[in-house]
Design a protein around this ligand. Structure first.
Ligand code: UDP
Ligand code: MG
Length: 324
């Protein structure tokens, strides 16, 4: 964005809209993002700030954020994490720094068109506490969409948090919701679900979704799995209940099987066949045991993380007004 036009926005101590964007190695997207954001927001006739949180990028992202800040010093703020702490932590940091009455989150990769922001804000102004976007025409590969489909199904059942699209981060929140979120100090959490807990009126509107034109998705299948196990264990004890019920069922089956074998022994006398069937059954039980143990471990690990109470993220530097 070679031009040196300074933003005409009057410095405002308390902007009305705060836009919060996590950035992790998005050097190819930041210039266009800044340009489209500022253009859209300036067209809204409301005061605003944009908070870009660099989640430990190793490319030129921070330099570009610095440039953006220099171009629009009044409205563009940037935070830099010490290392990569994750998308949701970056958004948490943005929430803590944000001063607006309406907060909007979106991705930096331009898959969420910044041009949708006015529609989200309009919904908040209609009286909703949280406005979620769902990607009507999602432009991702099958391999990215299919896991998301499964996740959406499982998540709404397991956590009881009903959302149409858990992965879409193009969302808007009223200040009060974010104030409540800021009081949650759990070490990892899932922002859309957390927001639902603190909102009375939630609405979801279809939003556009573009293909990722530059850069790569930062979520490998493993990272996605991690995020969702975290989400499940963070929002519900359902998995542990399922394992409990499974345990009881299996124990009952085992007893039945024992009785069956006993009867056979009485009626048919001793037999040695079927040893391998027993092995197979045993493996199923051992597998389930291990799974149950791992699941309990997951919750214990969560508790341990909470008890340690380490900082969720470390900020190395900030550009722009520092409100906290
Ligand atoms: N992101 C981040 N930290 C991470 C991973 C991702 O801040 O560890 C940011 C990333 O820069 C982008 C957003 O989170 O702005 C969503 O990431 P991505 O587009 O890779 O996810 P997908 O669209 O594939 O779900
Ligand atoms: Mg993306």
């Amino acid at each position: 964005m070679g031009n040196q036009v300074m933003s005409l926005n009057v410095p405002s101590p308390d902007p009305y809209i705060s836009v919060i964007i996590p950035v992790f190695n998005e050097e190819e997207n930041l210039e266009e993002l800044g340009e489209r954001l500022v253009r859209t927001l300036e067209g809204m006739n409301r005061t605003f700030e944009v908070i870009l949180v660099d989640d430990g990028s190793s490319d030129r992202s921070w330099d570009l954020l610095t440039q953006l800040h220099q171009q629009h010093p009044q409205v563009i703020r940037a935070l830099q994490f010490h290392r990569n702490f994750g998308q949701h932590q970056a958004i948490f940091a943005g929430f803590q720094a944000a001063r607006g009455q309406v907060m909007v989150t979106l991705d930096a990769d331009l898959q969420n068109p910044p041009e949708e922001i006015p529609r989200l804000v309009a919904k908040i102004e209609e009286g909703f506490d949280t406005v979620g976007g769902w990607r009507e025409n999602r432009q991702d590969s099958f391999f990215r969409k299919f896991p998301s489909f499964l996740i959406n199904q499982v998540m709404s059942r397991v956590t009881g948090v009903k959302l149409r699209d858990y992965g879409c981060m193009l969302r808007a929140y009223r200040r009060e919701v974010i104030d409540s979120i800021n009081q949650c100090h759990e070490s990892s959490s899932f922002i859309p679900a957390l927001a639902n807990l603190f909102s009375r009126r939630v609405v979801e509107i279809p939003v556009g979704h573009a293909e990722r034109e530059r850069g790569q998705s930062k979520y490998s299948l493993l990272k996605l799995l991690r995020l969702n196990v975290d989400f499940m264990t963070g929002f519900s004890n359902f998995p542990i209940h399922v394992v409990g019920v499974m345990g009881i069922c299996i124990a009952l089956l085992g007893m039945g099987f024992g009785a069956f074998l006993f009867l056979r022994r009485l009626l048919l006398g001793p037999e040695v066949e079927g040893v391998f069937t027993l092995f197979a059954i045993l493996f199923v039980f051992v597998g389930l045991n291990t799974f149950a143990l791992a699941l309990v471990g997951e919750y214990v690990g969560r508790i341990y993380r909470e008890v340690r109470g380490r900082p969720r993220f470390v900020i190395r530097q900030t550009l722009g007004p520092d409100s906290n």
